[in-house]
Design a binder for this molecule. Structure first.
Ligand SMILES: Cc1cc2nc3c(=O)[nH]c(=O)nc-3n(C[C@H](O)[C@H](O)[C@H](O)COP(=O)(O)OP(=O)(O)OC[C@H]3O[C@@H](n4cnc5c(N)ncnc54)[C@H](O)[C@@H]3O)c2cc1C
Length: 552
């Protein structure tokens, strides 16, 4: 039997790049295949904000954040809510991953040239109790250079390995089947797609110009999740979240099509937790779209008031940035698949960040001068101001009656009553006069500002929304945005895939989003954020190292 290479990696996103570079660095040969062209190298990670979950980092310590492995694991379990037999490997992955995030992760990346923006963000704040969902402390470390800053070291290593003859790229190679001999996976076959000159992220053609079959001792599936395929998202939508949304925007490019997960399942692999997914509720229609239905997520600070489609304020603790899944469940239970932020210019200026490398040119281009302007500029960062001016979901008015009228026009309904919205905002505004009080969101704002990072660049000084000095008033219509697949192919800690018979399928490995970021779903039901890129790094590394060791 002759092999074309030692290991084949399907998918040149972050997980595939990490796995392939680990294999090449161990002296083994690897072919890295992707259905997209070379311009898409790095997959979703290139578009990402580059936020990384780290525990007890020097950046946290400098900001006087006291964190520990024990606290992070407590938070992880509170978020994950593991409650199924299938959670055996996901839970083991979660423990191993939190240990990686508290240990080697930062120094491993740093040795490759990766750097971190010094102000640590506080995502998914929870708001329940100590054992409940949420980060007890800020842990969202933004990569200097955002997503491209995460991809860069691995792309460099991959190109060096290609120059040494150990790594071969095969772009526009779409895998349609896994091949097995005597029960062991030993190759892939599929279609060669016609060349694509589309810019990165733009959907490419699926015109077939040939076919291929390749043999290897092991295959690693690193093909990403299902978020770009809304039909598949709706099919897997869990009943506990209500009916699937009629309207969604796409937070991922079209290549996140979920097809390879189905192909791997057909070959006998066990797919678990397919009903667990991580979609956002603060999605915007991109006024300048790159991929079909392109949506952008607002990473919100804690001060915007949040109303459902009928004008009722979301209950405690469903405040911006607290509990994504809780918000999704609540919003879907209203019978409408959208909701509203109401805020002021002072809030948008300090609290709106947009997730995506292209939406943060200051951090992405590693410009300290531009980044410093976030703190000193009169307006919000330029991409946020562009959305405010041109985005279909934004309304800016100088007074509340005009704002509510325009909100009803945008929604095409008369669901919002000025008197009701006004009553709720005025009540909230009365709670601003004291640095303490009973409104849990206002208390949360005071709490946030006791963290220096939030006070500096993330949480606006408490003020009355109806104070014209902080105006104009802004309303944002928020859509459901598809993003991450939390379930996936069940694997052990080496990334070896289990078959439906619960036994390891020889020769088959999985990593990244296709493997639920490890084990078939290391997040359980919810994420603490910044854990997806990290999950790709860790699972890609484990699978790559284990596959390299296993091949002769
Ligand atoms: C805008 C945005 C912001 C984000 N921000 C963050 C963040 O701040 N922090 C964080 O932790 N995470 C973030 N994420 C999530 C994170 O980027 C992804 O979960 C992660 O990059 C997924 O990597 P992957 O390698 O598993 O899959 P992908 O990047 O999807 O790569 C999979 C590759 O496999 C290829 N492929 C699929 N099927 C086949 C086939 N049959 N044959 C050949 N090739 C195939 C695809 O073309 C693709 O190139 C963000 C994502 C987006 C889109």
């Amino acid at each position: 039997m002759t092999y074309d290479t030692d290991v084949i990696v399907v998918g040149a996103g972050l997980a595939g790049l990490v796995a392939a570079t680990e294999i090449a660095d161990s002296g083994k040969r690897v072919i890295l295949l992707d259905q997209e062209g070379e311009q898409n190298l790095g997959g979703q990670a290139f578009w990402s904000f580059g936020g990384l979950f780290l525990v007890n980092s020097p950046e946290q310590r400098r900001l006087r954040v006291r964190d520990s492995f024990e606290l992070a694991l407590q938070d992880w379990y509170g978020a994950a809510g593991f409650d199924r037999d299938e959670d055996h490997w996901p839970k083991r992955w979660a423990e191993a991953y939190v240990s990686f995030a508290a240990g080697e992760k930062r120094s491993w990346l740093r040795a490759m040239g990766h750097r971190i923006f010094p102000v640590v963000g506080w995502a998914e704040r929870g708001g329940y109790d100590a054992l409940g969902h949420g980060n007890s402390v800020p842990r969202f470390h933004v990569s200097w250079g955002t997503g491209p800053g995460v991809v860069e070291p691995f792309e460099r290593r991959a190109r060096e390995a290609a120059a040494r003859g150990l790594l071969t790229f095969k772009f526009r190679h779409r895998v349609d089947a896994l091949n097995l001999t005597n029960g062991a996976v030993d190759g892939v076959s599929g279609a060669i797609l016609g060349p694509s000159s589309e810019p990165r992220g733009v959907s490419s053609s699926r015109t077939v110009v040939g076919d291929f079959a390749l043999r290897a001792q092991a295959v690693i599936v690193a093909s990403g999740g299902i978020g770009g395929n809304h039909e598949l998202v709706r099919q897997n939508w869990p009943k506990r979240l209500g009916a699937p949304p009629k309207h969604m925007v796409a937070g991922v490019p079209a290549h996140v099509d979920g097809r390879m997960i189905g192909i791997t399942e057909q070959a006998g692999a066990r797919l678990i937790n397919r009903d667990r997914m991580w979609h956002y509720v603060e999605g915007l229609h991109n006024w300048n779209p790159i991929w079909p239905g392109h949506g952008i997520r607002i990473l919100p600070g804690p001060s915007s008031m949040w109303f459902d489609a009928t004008g009722k304020r979301l209950p405690s603790p469903l405040y911006p940035g607290y509990d994504t899944l809780g918000q999704l469940t609540h919003i879907m239970a209203t019978g409408y698949d959208y909701s509203w932020f109401v805020l002021t210019q002072s809030i948008i200026k300090k609290e709106f960040a947009l997730s995506g490398s292209e939406q943060n040119p200051d951090l992405t281009s590693k410009s300290w001068r531009m980044t410093a302007q976030r703190a000193t500029n009169k307006g919000a960062p330029e991409p946020v101001e562009a959305f405010k001016a041109r985005g279909a979901d934004f309304i800016v008015r100088s007074n509340l009656p005009d704002l509510v009228e325009a909100m009803n026009v945008l929604a095409g309904s008369k669901l919002l009553k000025l008197s009701e919205i006004e009553r709720q905002i005025e009540a909230r505004d009365r709670e601003i006069d004291n640095p303490y009080g009973k409104d849990a969101q206002v208390m949360g704002i005071h709490n946030a500002r006791r963290y220096i990072g939030d006070r500096l660049i993330r949480t606006a000084k408490p003020h009355k929304l109806l104070d014209p000095a902080h105006g104009p008033l802004i309303a944002v219509k928020l859509n459901i945005l598809t993003r991450k697949t939390l379930g996936g192919l069940e694997t052990d800690l080496d990334g070896r895939v289990f078959g439906v018979n619960r036994e390891i399928m020889p020769g088959l490995y999985a990593a990244g989003e296709a493997a639920g970021f490890g084990g078939g779903g290391m997040h359980g039901y919810r994420s603490l954020e910044g854990t997806f890129l990290g999950g790709c790094l860790f699972s890609g590394r484990n699978a790559g190292r284990a596959a390299a060791k296993a091949v002769r």
